[in-house]
Design a protein around this ligand. Sequence first.
Ligand code: NDP
Length: 262
Amino acid sequence: MRLFALFGDPVSHSLSPRLHNSAIINLGLRAAYVRHLLKNGDNILQEFNKLGLSGANVTIPHKEAAAARADVASEFVSLVGAANTLVKRGEKIYAYNTDAPGFLKSIMGFGEIKKVLVLGAGGTALALAHALRLHGASVSVLNRGKDRLKRFSNDFQTFSHENFTPYGFDLVLNTTSAGLKDELLPAPADILAPTLKASKFAFDVIYGKKTPFLALASTLGLAHKDGLEMLLHQAVLAFNIFYENIFNESKIFSAMSLAPLK
Ligand code: NDP
């Protein structure tokens, strides 16, 4: 019997347990996936071991702690410093990032994306900005605070709200948690509206609600997408890592897609 958990704060909003438990049931496996509210990310490995887990996912705000604390980090996790998947092999805990490939799969329908504006500078922004860069896109990062932006300044053009002049992008990507538990835009409307107006696509990593960001994009006539498909893809990839990549991804995708998501 394998036990998996989702670590985060908050964790109540996440659909990950439904997706993973749906895959476990529909693939006939002996396992369970639970939520675990974790206040202090520094304790993530102790909690992992205390619960006797085989694997875990990590959500807001502990992705960076997971990357820093894991015994072994994948090459991509070492590059970006953010992990959403932990798995135990022997006595060691390995860290992976499936948000980035999950996101890239979910924007494939947008066609060629060359110029991107990433809103936010947290763990998800790090992973997605680097994934887009490695994929050949030119990426700018815009964040409310200046502190977290520093980690982007070597590889990206960075802006705070005060020094950004709106212009057009192929994709404007919200990776902030603005709109998750509130009705806030990720940047002031006088910056965001002209930027979106001059851009092609909008994507919000938040799922399960129409955020003010996506509502604005929709009002301005942009093609847009929320984070549900990304969630499904990252979950499929994480699940396969938990099971040593023995499953066909489309089989897991179908098993997870049977989960009630409302
Ligand atoms: P972090 O806590 O690491 O980063 C949060 C970011 O949001 C920071 O840049 C912060 O700015 C910014 N922010 C928070 N509140 C506001 C606000 N009111 N206005 C403007 N900026 C704000 O979070 P993560 O990167 O881990 O997660 C971010 C979001 O991505 C969450 O909503 C999470 O649920 C979602 N997510 C969805 C996935 C999916 O599969 N669909 C996968 C991964 C994440 P500052 O630096 O100024 O504080």
